[in-house]
Design a protein around this ligand. Structure first.
Ligand code: AMP
Ligand code: MG
Length: 342
């Protein structure tokens, strides 16, 4: 079986076909504004199991439940705190996932045994239309093979999952390009578990203090219990080992130039592409344009796998705004092999 590409612009039945797969308990690729997702009926545990099988995802890594109307959340969680309402009003539909105590109707496969569930209302019209047509909330992780960089085009999804899922809906290239921000409101204090499309600064503007989980910036030992199980896995990784160099952009470019072997790959800011003439080099947008960097990062990490490089060096944006999310994805791709030039 080849995976079918369903294009709503060319096929008026695309949504119905995709929704039918979902209601039969199958798994379908779906575009969102962050990355492509691998969607199944969130209320059907057997269907959700197929997501884990298609991706090769560890079973203790929970899934985010996608809705197309704020009211859909009421049944999925046992309690909606005031801060959740404020964040939903400010950022939904959009790239924010809110973790709350789950209700009875969330199967154990979705929550991976936790007593919480992550909820998100995506802004991508194709995702909304699929959720509405299927009439059920959709559990969906990123639509990549586990450990690989996330997918930001339908073509990426086919690359990773062809033959493993019946269909993927075409929705163009993702406009955000990194996954949603994950904030937990299930504990005593709001806690950022994953930086993403909504920045820490934006969250703090709405609800005040937000703690930052330390797994965002540093490697966590295998024996340590983390709040978001996804945080402990090697992730987003191309085949060749990655080294991330942080600091002033001129300095990091020089450092990489001095240390990269002749068959290295380099991921740099646009301004430095000429310096790396002769290397397999991909640029991730201008050094001051972090939203372009977010859009390009996964495509660039994937592109190295089409080459024969045996090491990859990357420049890194600072932690401000969306930079925190881009830097986190790069550091995770590097297994936190990071050189700080101060
Ligand atoms: P992915 O869908 O591949 O982007 O992964 C979803 C991310 O959200 C993972 O890092 C999960 O660990 C995290 N996540 C989803 N649900 C929960 C939850 N109930 N508690 C904590 N983290 C969660
Ligand atoms: Mg993922």
């Amino acid at each position: 079986m080849n995976t079918q590409l369903l294009n709503p612009d060319k096929d008026e039945k695309a949504y119905e076909k995709a929704a039918e797969y979902i209601l039969q308990g199958q798994v379908v690729g779906m575009p969102t504004e962050t990355v492509y997702g691998l969607a199944a009926n969130a209320l059907n545990g057997e269907a959700v199991k197929k997501i884990f099988i298609a991706k090769g995802r560890p079973q203790d890594n929970p899934l985010i439940v996608h809705i197309a109307d704020i009211k859909q959340m009421d049944k999925l969680v046992s309690y909606i705190p005031e801060n959740a309402k404020k964040l939903a009003n400010a950022f939904w539909p959009g790239p924010l996932t809110i973790i709350l105590p789950k209700s009875e109707c969330i199967p154990i496969e979705v929550s991976a045994g936790l007593d919480t569930v992550g909820i998100r209302f995506p802004s991508h019209k194709v995702a909304q239309k699929l959720i509405e047509t299927a009439g059920v909330p959709l559990a969906a992780p990123s639509a990549n093979l586990s450990g690989r960089p996330s997918t930001t085009t339908a073509q990426h999804v086919i690359e990773d999952l062809n033959g493993k899922i019946p269909a993927v809906l075409e929705g163009g290239a993702c406009t955000v390009g990194v996954e949603s921000t994950v904030i937990s409101l299930a504990g005593n204090k709001p806690r950022l578990l994953r930086p993403g499309g909504i920045s820490l600064e934006q969250l703090r503007d709405i609800i005040g203090e937000v703690e930052v989980d330390r797994a965002i910036k540093e490697k966590i030992g295998d024996d340590v219990r983390v709040s978001a199980p996804g945080m402990k896995y090697r992730h987003y990784a191309p085949k060749a080992p990655v080294t991330v160099v942080c600091g002033d952009a001129d300095k990091t470019a020089n450092y990489i130039k001095q240390n990269a072997k002749s068959n290295a790959g380099v991921l740099c800011f646009k301004e430095y592409i000429d310096i790396f003439n002769g290397y397999k080099c991909f640029e991730m947008g201008s050094k001051n344009d972090v939203s372009s960097q977010a859009k390009r990062i996964f495509d660039a990490l994937r592109a190295f796998d089409e080459t024969d490089v045996n090491e990859i060096w990357s420049q890194c944006p600072s932690d401000e705004g969306l930079g925190l999310a881009v830097a986190n994805r790069l550091k995770k791709a590097a297994g936190f092999h990071v050189i700080n030039l101060g």
